[in-house]
Design a protein around this ligand. Structure first.
Ligand code: M6R
Length: 638
């Protein structure tokens, strides 16, 4: 993970770097550091800080220097504890080469051993520090930055986005990219580099995503790009999507709360966007999305959608399988979507955790669509799974919230969710828009295969709008009660059990993840039918059981039986039930009643209330809700 930001130009760089780091803190906030070249003496000046909520602010106060060239880093610890020594930048023995790194150097122990034998000494416990030492030796032996880079990449195994500075090259920044993202930008005489567009999207108007396995030598007014063999490449600059300019909390206490309340609109926009994406003129604009009408859907549209997804109409008709790959909350959305593909499109669907899939036997099938789901489009496990499938030249589709992400660039096609930037580490509106996108896509595939009619398709879209509406209104129904009574009460408990069945089992998994992730309260989730096979031993009056009902005539009675099993053992039941489910409602100690929706949209209807409940429990506990400990928004290491 980690965030990198660098600057070279006529301007002064410290404030730019600090602003960029503040925007990249979602990538890690264990420590932060900054290095510049002092313009008077051509020497490095640097400062590092570890831990704390206002880390970058602290760095701004302690770093009392500036320059025309510099770089900064915000860290999510992989190798070496969280302390100042392990904070980036790292240096070679005589502090003349500095490096910041996002990724993992897998062979760093062997490299470190080699360097120790050559009398190098180390200051930190990180994998990164070896890079500064090796780069220093290679610069001395090759006498040039490009010579240093082509030799350096042959030594390093793993994934890395690197920016290097050398005192002997006081006007140049060197950026290298292998499997971790780096983006460049230019504006007047200034040149920028960062892990993510958001670091400089208010300063520059166009940006160039460094291709994988490339390096760049940056100086004021100049960007020189090369492949790993040292062959020059033409940097392709594209306009920056301005929606990545910093977002504020809009009057809410936390981004998470704001994002919970943005879900209805995000889902609505996502559906409009899905309909529009292949429409006649093919151009998506905000006003078009907001004014879209059913009548614009026609046959021409139907072809273009598949081109956008990197599939042909024929391929869609012949699909025998859908494989969904993701991590964390996105994996929960995928597990929910399995029901959409199997029950609506009638296509067998397998769901894998990207981190497991990569190391399992793989049986490539060309009648399968491989769909990669990720809020950020940068999650290393999911990206590596995508690369594996791509290597077999199979159809791959990315569903992400960031249209400029690596996943979108590398997949055969993509379908972007319209959640808008999600800042809080806990995924909320990304989760609901993932469900919406996948529900829409399953129906659209079913339509193409004549499994459903155009009428069914339109009805599905309307059902999504209804579920989005309920997601929001149901929060209002319980708002006061949750804030005044329920959150203070449940914040006292030390552990929770979550239960769900069928489509609401993965939803219960998501609820359990949300609670543990932000509140640090221990929680376990089981399919409700598994309770009697072991977990029932945990039931007591100190462990509330959160049970999610379902809109299925058969399974509803099974859920009641599961609730009875809990009550019979003096368990405490928090039930999310649907209107009219009196038999279940009667068993609740705490009750949330949700208006009825289409059965497959039950998770979506419950999403907002579940998130709101968990948010307020956490608020009572006074945790750093938007930035829970040990986490980062984008997990860019395996
Ligand atoms: O960006 P992605 O959707 O690929 O991220 C996957 C997970 O890291 C992410 O969903 C994580 O589990 C969230 N913190 C959950 O709230």
């Amino acid at each position: 993970m980690c965030g990198i930001v660098g600057y070279v130009g006529d301007g002064i760089c410290k404030q730019f770097i600090l602003d960029g780091l503040a925007r990249l803190e979602y990538r890690g906030y264990d420590s932060a550091g900054i290095v510049c070249i002092d313009p008077k003496h051509n020497h490095f000046v640097f400062q590092k800080e570890a831990g704390g909520v206002s880390l970058v602010k602290k760095l701004g106060e302690t770093a009392r220097f500036d320059g025309h060239i510099g770089m900064g880093h915000t860290r999510w610890a992989t190798h070496g504890i969280v302390d100042q020594k392990n904070a980036h930048p790292h240096f070679n023995c005589d502090n003349t080469v500095a490096v910041v790194h996002n990724g993992v150097i897998e062979n760093y122990e062997a490299l470190r051993k080699e360097l120790l034998e050559k009398n190098h000494h180390f200051y930190s416990a990180t994998d990164t520090e070896v890079i500064a030492h090796i780069a220093s030796d290679l610069y001395d032996s090759t006498g040039s930055l490009d010579g240093m880079c082509t030799a350096l990449v042959k030594k390093l195994h793993g994934a890395y986005a690197l920016v290097l500075m050398l005192e002997k090259e006081p006007t140049n920044l060197v950026a290298l990219r292998h499997r971790s993202p780096l983006v460049l930008a230019q504006h007047d005489s200034s040149v920028y580099v960062a892990s993510d567009l958001s670091a400089f999207s208010d300063k520059a108007s166009s940006a160039c995503f460094m291709p994988d396995d490339s390096f760049a030598i940056l100086s004021k007014n100049s960007v020189k790009l090369f492949d790993f063999e040292g062959k020059p490449l033409i940097p392709m600059f594209e306009p920056i999507d301005k929606k990545y300019i910093e977002i504020d909390k809009g009057g809410f206490e936390h981004y998470m709360l704001k994002e919970i309340y943005e879900q209805k609109r995000a889902i609505t926009r996502t559906i409009y966007f899905c309909r529009l994406i292949g429409s006649k003129n093919g151009q998506y604009t905000d006003s078009l999305v907001d004014s879209f009408k059913h009548s614009e859907v026609n046959d021409e549209y139907s072809d273009q959608i598949w081109r956008h997804l990197g599939l042909s109409k024929d391929q869609v008709k012949r699909l025998k399988n859908v494989v969904l790959l993701a991590a964390g909350t996105s994996w929960h959305a995928a597990r929910i979507a399995q029901f959409f593909f199997e029950m609506v499109a009638k296509i067998p669907c397998q769901v894998s955790l990207a981190s497991e899939f990569r190391y399992m036997p793989f049986f490539p099938k060309d009648d399968t669509a491989y769909i990669f789901i990720s809020q950020s489009g940068e999650t290393a496990d999911t990206l590596e799974a995508l690369r594996l499938v791509n290597s077999f030249e199979l159809p791959t589709v990315a569903i992400t919230n960031v249209a400029s992400s690596t996943m979108v660039r590398e997949a055969g096609g993509f379908l972007p969710m319209q959640a808008g930037p999600e800042i809080s580490v806990a995924s909320t509106k990304a989760f609901s828009t993932q469900m919406a996108t996948l529900y829409w896509l399953a129906h659209r595939i079913a339509l193409e295969r004549n499994t459903i009619s155009w009428n069914d398709m339109h009805e599905a879209e309307e059902d999504l709008f209804v579920a989005a509406e309920i997601l929001e209104t149901v929060i209002e129904n319980y708002k006061i009660k949750i804030i005044n009574e329920l959150a203070p009460k449940y914040a006292q408990y030390e552990r929770f059990i979550f239960l769900g069945r069928h489509i609401n089992y993965p939803f219960a998994l998501e609820a359990s993840l949300k609670l543990k992730e932000i509140s640090y309260i221990f929680s376990q989730c089981y399919p409700a039918g598994e309770l009697k096979h072991g977990p029932i031993a945990l039931i007591d009056d100190k462990t509330p059981v959160v049970l999610f009902s379902i809109l299925d005539d058969v399974l509803y009675w099974k859920i009641i039986a599961n609730a009875q099993e809990v009550k019979a053992r003096k368990g405490h039941l928090i039930i999310f039930a649907f209107e009219g489910q009196h038999e279940l409602i009667d068993l609740a100690d705490t009750l949330f009643i949700i208006p009825r929706v289409k059965p497959l949209l039950a998770p979506m209807a419950m999403t907002g209330l579940m998130q709101f409940f968990v948010y307020h429990i956490t608020r009572v506990l006074d945790r750093p809700i938007d930035r829970p400990r040990n986490l980062a928004k984008s997990v860019t290491v395996e």
